[in-house]
Design a protein around this ligand. Structure first.
Ligand SMILES: [Fe+2]
Length: 206
C-alpha cells in the first residue's frame, strides 16, 4: 500500500501548554503523542494487515478486523476534530457560539444555556469511555447531540460532527483525576466557536 494512504498524526494548531490552566501541558502532550498516536498506528496496521491478507490470499477474521478498524479510525478522526475545536482561553477559546451556528443552536435548543446543559449531561453520563458531540443532519439541518461510546458506537450516518468533547479518562486524568464534571466545566473555556461555526457552514452548504 502506498504511504500516502496511511494516516499520520496531525500537528496541534497550538502549543502543548496553550490550553492551560484548563488542560495542562503534560496532559495534552500525553493525549496527543501517546493516545492519538496509538489510533493512527492502529488504523494503519489494520489497513496493512488487510492488504497483506489480500495479496497472500489468506483468510482473516473479517468481523473482528473490521470492528477494530472502526474503533481506530473513529479514534483517529474524532481526535482531529477535538484539537481543531479547541483554542487557548481568551484567544479564540470560550465565550458564546457565533454566526449561523449560534442561530441554529437557539432554534434547535431554545437557548445556548439549554444546549450547554444537554451537552454537559451527555458528556457526564457516557458510560466508561466515549465522547459527547454536536452534529448536524445534512438532510434536515437539525442539530443533534450524540453520545458516542468508545470512538465508533452510536455514530449517526448522515450527521456531520461539528464539535466533540473527549471524555475518555486519558483526556483528563492527569489534571482532574476522576472528576469528569470539573473537566467538562473547564472545556467550555476552550471551545473555538469560530472554528465550529465554520464547520457548520461548510458542511451544510447545499
Ligand atoms: Fe482521547
Amino acid at each position: 500500500m502506498a504511504n500516502d494512504k496511511l494516516y499520520t498524526l496531525p500537528k496541534l494548531p497550538y502549543d502543548y501548554a496553550a490550553l492551560e490552566p484548563y488542560i495542562s501541558k503534560e496532559q495534552l502532550t500525553l493525549h496527543h503523542t501517546k493516545h492519538h498516536q496509538a489510533y493512527v498506528t492502529g488504523a494503519n496496521a489494520i489497513f496493512e494487515k488487510l492488504d497483506k491478507a489480500r495479496k497472500d490470499k489468506a483468510d482473516l477474521d473479517i468481523k473482528a478486523t473490521l470492528k477494530e478498524l472502526s474503533f481506530h479510525v473513529g479514534g483517529y478522526r474524532l481526535h482531529n476534530t477535538f484539537w481543531e475545536n479547541l483554542a487557548p482561553s481568551g484567544k479564540g477559546g470560550g465565550g458564546l457560539p457565533k454566526g449561523e451556528l449560534a442561530k441554529a443552536i437557539d432554534e434547535e435548543f431554545g437557548s445556548f444555556e439549554r444546549f450547554k446543559k444537554e451537552f454537559t449531561q451527555a458528556a457526564s453520563s457516557v458510560e466508561g469511555s466515549g465522547w459527547a458531540a454536536l452534529s448536524a443532519s445534512t438532510t434536515t439541518h437539525h442539530l443533534l447531540i450524540n453520545q458516542i461510546e468508545k470512538h465508533n458506537v452510536n455514530v449517526y450516518p448522515g450527521f456531520r460532527i461539528l464539535l466533540v468533547l473527549d471524555v475518555w479518562e486519558h483526556a483528563y486524568y492527569v489534571d482532574y483525576k476522576n472528576d469528569r464534571a470539573k473537566y467538562i466545566e473547564a472545556f467550555w473555556n476552550l471551545v473555538n466557536w469560530d472554528a465550529v461555526n465554520k464547520q457548520f457552514i461548510t458542511h451544510l452548504k447545499k
